[in-house]
Structure formats: structure tokens, C-alpha cells
Design a protein around this ligand. Structure first.
Ligand code: T1G
Length: 704
């Protein structure tokens, strides 16, 4: 018997306990061990039925995602899936009632194992799901064939194409599980198994007919394909999942399972899968900071305060309230703070109107945000987030004040996007507690929290920030205090190439179109119209005082011309695009392309036809090269942190794995060659990063 599965008999019920920390993933030997334990219980005269349960915090959280990288060919995938399929059938052929007892999560292969059991009971706070699509694959152990035999087609399709877990009540109502246990789960499962043993009932899922009839099932699949065509652009796994589910309605179990295995093999060897698996681990690696041990003490964050009730400050206050943390929201006068509260109320009302939030939840959440124009209550705060105007003197004054009105352990965070954290730290007199918490707009929505460590930021402040990011539902990435940190430092190169491509002959809508086709939610110019052309202009003016620029190379003046015309973007009804009153629809404006042509003429640029391929190549090469410099300078711990920053800060398509992973898929020798070509064509500011040259020469990627 494998050590991964414990076997005991209690009151004539065999208890099979999976013990493979941390999440009972189906690593090597786990499914084999379950099969062995089931066979033992079948032959155990002292056992009338059996219960399968997980040790620790959860049932089985799915296949071991680390093994996907070892599946290199379809043949390997098909062989593994066939073996798994056969094992689950042997488990399902148990001669005595077999009950899965689910707590925590039964996800992916975990739910598939549970569905190969005859019955399923779950704890009231447990969840079940088929999240494989979030990894660029589909259920590969019969999930697309057993699930439609337990619940309606619509839910099976939703679970397998969106990947969201289903709570206990919904799983029970749908028929995925047979009971929800309110008391002790194991006791409840034992009683359930005993009742089935008394009735001598064994129910094999694979022998059930689909809950939705054939024609309705096929129709549901067709409808889902139409819906997904609009929302899952560039992805293949959701569509493969529908094809597999459709087979449950059109083929028998064996043929349907074979179809599922073929479709799974299509996915598991795809770049989409490799990229999404990379991002799964990137999210988690980001929380591992080499010089901040996992057991570093954290400051419990029970109460918070935000300074500045503008767009960012209001969004940050919402992020805290959404996580159930009471938060003070301070601004200089009542008018300012009430404006902020009105925006917050409008945002929540919009969520209620869309059905994303109940009116009660809105009231409870709003009640956690307390507007104020003074520092009363700041002495109770465990953290203060400064989100005042991007002006160094104002921020230094603010930090000096905060140090006086807060308790010594209070973390003093800044939402600055580019200013020097160390300057605030010195002004505060408490540099160990000073740290950057760079949220991305809208702060209550975007998942990235760029955690900027200053020279003297303490390990406790960093560890607390990482734990807080998780509580806020964010991905926290610790970065260094260089200009622009990681996100805005790299975006400067992204924008430099976009501006230059515009002057060379591409149009605004062509460049944005190429990037949205690539998978970005919005192109560089559409993004600037949202953020505000005036924001960039102010940063450039600030840098000009010290003779700096955000990126080496030619500085396009097209954005300055737009600023001078008062074209700040959506906020002024015109920027890179034109906007009808009250509309955010981007309308190309030939005037902007004319300005670009005029600026090009001033710089002696001969305009030419620019292809979309060149647009993507120039921009992605610039990102990867600057990302490599950031790593070698020590401002990011690892390449996957940069990928997380871009995916969660700017909506870079996760199914492409982020800018550094994408460079690996292009191949670093090719990326290096492009940098050298661009240096020849455009100038010495295209300098290959040393890390890029090194890894290309070694035949490695940024991540290997
Ligand atoms: N495989 C390997 N490691 C895993 C894992 C998995 N399935 N799930 C989690 N981990 C690691 C994770 O990397 C981290 O490691 C630690 O466990 C804690 O995770 C055949 C083919 C279960 C909801 O997609 O959603 O089954 O950083 O920080 O916040 O059809 O983990 O500590 O070293 O996320 O409490 C389908 C993925 C697989 C579930 C727990 N299953 N996991 O969240 O902890 S494909 C999934 C999660 C499949 C079948 C197919 C979450 C969680 P470290 P954590 P958490």
C-alpha cells in the first residue's frame, strides 16, 4: 500500500485517506494508491462500504500541474490518459458502495476521481470544479463524460469552459453531489456509506444517461461555441472542452472518453497550456522573496487608512472594504472626500445593477469606508496608503505627518507610480515601515500590486505586504525602487516604439489593432486615452528638470502636441482618438496621423508602410530587452515576476505567458538578432541586454 493513501476500518466502513501535501495533488502513486486501497476494501470482509477523503485542508486539488511540462508528445499524453481512464474505471467498479467525502476543493482530477466514486458528499464550505481550461487544457480523466451524466449540460459546459469552482449548495442542487454535510464530514460520509451498504446500492456514474437529452445537449454546445467566439478569442481549450462534452451526448462512454483523450492531447502540448501553467506558478513564485524567509513575522492588518480620495485613493479604499477591512478615507476638505465617496457609491451601484453584488452587500461594504478630513483614528490604523498628487514635496510632507499620527508598527505605503520611495522613507523618519504599494487603475479591479522595497524597508513590511496582497485578492510582486519600478519602466519602452512606429508610417488604429489582435485588452494609444495624456506629459516635464528621459532613444513629440491642443484623452473628449459626448468609443482622428507625419518630417523620417508583424516584433522585443536589464540590475527577482506584472498590471494575455515567456517562445537567439537589426536600422539606443546575450549564447530562455 502506498504511503500516500492511509487505510483504516471504522464501524465496518473502510476509510481511504489521501495524504499528499500540500493539496493532495494526483502526483506519482496517488491514483495507484487509491486503486489499491479500493481493491483492499473490496476484499476486506470487515468492510461493508468505503469512504475516500483528503487529509489536511482539502480533498484532491487535481493532477500535479508540475508534470505537464514532462508531456512532450501526443503519444505520451494519450498513453497517460488511457492509463488514468482505466484506473478510474477500476475504482468505479468497486463492489461495495464508494463515497467521496469532499472538503476544501475537489478540482480537476480531484472532481474526476470523486465522480468515479459511486456517491459524493461535501462540506458546506467546500467547492468542486473543472479548472483545467485555466491551464490551457480540458478535463483529461473522464470529467467531460461523467459530469454531463450528473448535471445539466449548461452547467457542465460552464464549469469546463470558464473553470470557476461551484459551491456546495449549487453542486447539490445540480446533482453533482448527493449530500451536503453540516457537521463532521467524515462522520456524515460514514453514515451515508452505511445507508448505501444497507441498501446494497452501487451506482456507477458512467452507466448513467446524460441528464440533458442528446438534442438539447448538442444544442447547448452549439450555443456555447457562439458565446465563446466573442469572449475566448485566441484560446483553444474552451472550444476543445465543448467538443469533448458534446461527445457525451453523441457517443457512448468509451467512445466519448476516447474523444476526450484526443482533445486533451491537442491541448496539453500547446503553447497556450505551457504559458498558462507558467503563469500558475508565476503567480505563486512572486510571493517568494529570496531574502524574506517564509516565516517572517507579519503585521496583522485589521484597520487601514487611505490618504487622497481621488480615483486611485477611492479604488484602494474599495479594495480594502471588499476584503472586509475597515478603512478611513481622508482628503483635504469635505468637498474632496465627498466627491471620492460619490465615485465609490457609483461604482458599487454599478456592480449591484449588473448583479455582481447585492444591495445588502453594497451597504455592508460601504459602511467599512469612513470619510474624514482629519487624522482622527489614524492612531488605530495598521497601514496607511498614501495616494496624493504625484508631487514629491507633497508626499514628503504627508509621510512626515503620518509618522506623527500613526502607531510605531503602522506600515506607511505609497501608491506612487514613479517617485523615489527612499525619499519618502527619509522624510518619514521611519524608513523600515515605508514601502510602495503601486496599485493599477482601477485599483479595486486590477489584480497587480507592485510592492516596491526601499533601501531600508523591513522584511516584516515586505512579508506583511505579500500577505495583504493575497487578502485583497491581488497578485503581489516585490520589485526594486528604480525609476518606474518594473511596470512603468518597461511601459516606457513599449510606448517609445509605439510613438516611433507612428512617426514611421503606421496609424494609431493600426498599432492598437495589432496589439489587440495579439491579445492586449487595449492598444497603447487607447490605454493612454484612458490614463490621460496629461499624466505622461507631467512625468516628462518632471524628468526634463533633471535631463532624464523614461527610455533611451528618440523622444517623439507627438504626445506633447496633443497635450498642447488640450487633447488629454477620454477626459477631454479627444486624445489619440475622438469621442462623441458621453461615449468611450474610440473614433480614429486623421488629425493625429497628420501631426505624426509633421513630427516625422521635422525629424527627417521618410514615412513607409509598416506591417503588423513589425509592430509586434518591435514592441515585444523592446519589452523583453528592458525586462532582461531590470533582472540583471536586480530590480526584479526573476523573469516570471515580470510576466506577472505585465499580465496583471496591463492585461498582457496570460495565454501568451507574459513578455519574458513570450520571448522564450520566440527564442532568445531570434530576440537578440532583432535587437541587433534594430540597432543597425534605428541607432545605438537599441543595446542588447547582457542577460539576453548570455542566455541566447547558452541556448537557454529567461526562465530555464
Ligand atoms: N499541482 C501541483 N501543485 C499545486 C497544485 C496542483 N494541482 N495546486 C496547488 N499546488 C501548489 C501551489 O503551487 C503551492 O505551492 C501550494 O500548492 C499551495 O497552493 C486530469 C489534468 C487548490 C485552490 O487547477 O487552484 O487535474 O507555492 O498557494 O491559495 O483532468 O492551489 O506552496 O510551493 O494556490 O490555498 C486542476 C490548482 C489540475 C487546481 C488552493 N487543478 N490549484 O489554493 O494555495 S489539472 C487545479 C489551485 C487536472 C485532470 C487535469 C489552488 C487551490 P507552493 P496555493 P491556496
Amino acid at each position: 500500500m502506498s504511503q500516500l493513501i492511509r487505510y483504516e476500518v471504522r464501524d465496518r466502513i473502510a476509510i481511504l485517506t489521501v495524504d499528499n501535501p500540500p493539496v493532495n495533488a494526483l502526483g506519482p502513486g496517488v491514483v495507484e494508491g487509491i486503486e489499491e486501497a479500493v481493491a483492499r476494501a473490496n476484499g476486506d470482509a470487515g468492510a461493508d462500504a468505503m469512504v475516500l477523503i483528503g487529509h489536511g485542508s482539502t480533498f484532491i486539488a487535481g493532477a500535479d500541474i508540475k508534470i505537464f511540462g514532462t508531456i512532450k508528445t501526443r503519444e505520451q499524453s494519450l498513453a497517460r490518459s488511457e492509463a488514468m481512464h482505466a484506473r478510474l474505471k477500476r475504482i468505479e467498479d468497486a463492489t461495495k458502495p464508494l463515497v467521496a467525502a469532499i472538503h476544501g476543493n475537489a478540482l480537476g482530477g480531484g472532481l474526476e476521481i470523486a465522480m468515479s466514486c459511486h456517491y459524493r458528499v461535501m462540506a458546506a464550505d467546500a467547492k468542486v470544479g473543472q479548472p483545467e481550461v485555466l491551464l490551457g487544457i480540458i478535463p483529461g480523466a473522464g470529467g467531460t463524460q461523467r459530469l454531463p451524466r450528473l448535471c445539466e449540460a449548461a452547467l457542465a459546459i460552464e464549469m469546463c469552459t470558464a473553470g470557476k469552482p461551484v459551491p456546495a449548495a449549487k453542486a447539490l442542487a445540480a446533482g453533482i453531489v448527493d449530500d451536503v454535510v453540516s457537521g463532521n464530514l467524515l462522520d456524515g460520509a460514514i453514515e451515508f456509506a452505511r445507508a448505501r451498504a444497507a441498501a446494497r446500492e452501487v451506482r456507477k456514474t458512467r452507466d448513467l444517461t446524460t441528464k440533458t437529452d442528446r438534442n438539447a445537449g448538442v444544442a447547448a454546445c452549439a450555443a456555447a461555441r457562439t458565446t465563446l467566439a466573442a469572449t475566448a478569442k485566441g484560446l483553444q481549450a474552451p472550444f476543445k472542452a465543448i467538443d469533448a462534452i458534446e461527445a457525451a451526448f453523441t457517443l457512448d462512454f468509451e467512445a466519448g472518453s476516447a474523444r476526450e483523450r484526443e482533445l486533451f492531447a491537442d491541448c496539453v502540448t500547446s503553447t497556450e497550456c505551457r504559458a498558462l501553467v507558467h503563469m500558475f506558478f508565476a503567480d505563486r513564485e512572486a510571493a517568494k522573496v529570496p531574502d524574506v524567509p517564509k516565516d517572517t513575522p507579519v503585521v496583522p492588518i485589521a484597520r487601514a487608512a487611505v490618504i487622497g480620495a481621488g480615483t486611485m485613493g477611492g479604488g484602494i479604499a474599495m479594495a480594502y472594504a471588499n476584503a472586509g477591512i475597515p478603512v478611513l478615507l481622508k482628503d483635504v476638505d469635505d468637498a474632496a472626500v465627498q466627491r471620492g465617496m460619490a465615485t465609490i457609491r457609483k461604482n458599487y451601484e454599478s456592480s449591484v445593477a449588473k448583479g455582481r453584488m447585492t444591495a445588502d452587500a453594497m451597504a455592508r461594504t460601504m459602511a467599512l469606508i469612513t470619510p474624514t478630513t482629519n487624522y482622527d483614528g489614524f492612531d488605530q490604523a495598521d497601514i496607511v496608503v498614501e495616494a496624493v498628487f504625484e508631487n514629491m514635496d507633497l508626499k514628503k510632507t504627508t509621510f512626515a505627518e503620518l509618522a506623527k499620527v500613526t502607531k510605531p508598527t503602522c506600515i506607511l505605503a505609497s501608491n506612487t507610480s514613479t517617485l523615489d520611495i527612499d525619499e519618502f522613507a527619509q522624510a518619514s523618519g521611519r524608513p523600515a515601515q515605508v514601502i510602495g504599494h503601486h496599485f493599477f487603475s482601477p485599483a479595486n479591479v486590477m489584480k497587480l500590486l507592485e510592492i516596491v522595497r526601499g533601501k531600508e524597508t523591513s522584511k516584516e513590511a515586505i512579508a506583511t505586504s505579500l500577505a495583504l496582497a493575497k487578502k485583497l485578492g491581488k497578485v503581489g510582486v516585490v520589485v526594486g525602487n528604480c525609476f518606474g519600478f518594473v511596470a512603468n519602466r518597461m511601459i516606457a519602452y513599449y510606448m517609445r516604439e509605439a510613438y516611433l512606429l507612428l512617426e514611421e508610417g503606421a496609424t494609431v488604429s493600426q498599432i492598437d489593432g495589432a496589439l489587440t489582435e495579439f491579445g492586449m485588452p487595449v492598444g497603447p494609444f487607447g490605454m493612454q486615452d484612458i490614463a490621460g495624456i496629461d499624466v505622461g506629459w507631467r512625468i516628462r516635464q518632471h524628468l526634463k528638470l533633471t535631463g532624464q528621459t523614461r527610455a533611451e532613444g528618440p523622444q517623439s513629440e507627438v504626445p506633447d502636441r496633443l497635450y498642447e491642443l488640450g487633447r488629454y484623452g477620454q477626459k477631454t473628449g479627444a486624445g489619440w482618438y475622438r469621442y462623441e459626448a458621453g461615449s468611450r468609443t474610440r473614433i480614429p482622428d486623421p488629425m493625429v496621423d497628420e501631426i505624426a507625419a509633421a513630427e516625422a518630417a521635422k525629424r527627417g523620417i521618410t514615412r513607409r508602410k509598416v506591417t503588423n508583424e513589425e509592430i509586434i516584433s518591435r514592441i515585444m522585443t523592446a519589452l523583453a530587452n528592458e525586462g532582461a536589464r531590470i533582472i540583471e540590475e536586480g530590480y526584479a527577482t526573476r523573469a516570471s515576476d515580470i510576466d506577472a506584472v505585465y499580465c496583471y498590471g496591463f492585461g498582457y494575455p496570460r495565454h501568451k505567458g507574459g513578455p519574458m515567456f513570450y520571448a522564450d517562445t520566440v527564442g532568445l537567439p531570434t530576440v537578440l538578432e532583432r535587437v541587433k537589426e534594430y540597432r543597425e536600422q534605428f541607432g545605438d539606443y537599441w543595446q542588447p541586454a547582457a542577460l539576453l546575450e548570455k542566455r541566447a549564447a547558452e541556448g537557454r530562455g529567461f526562465h530555464s
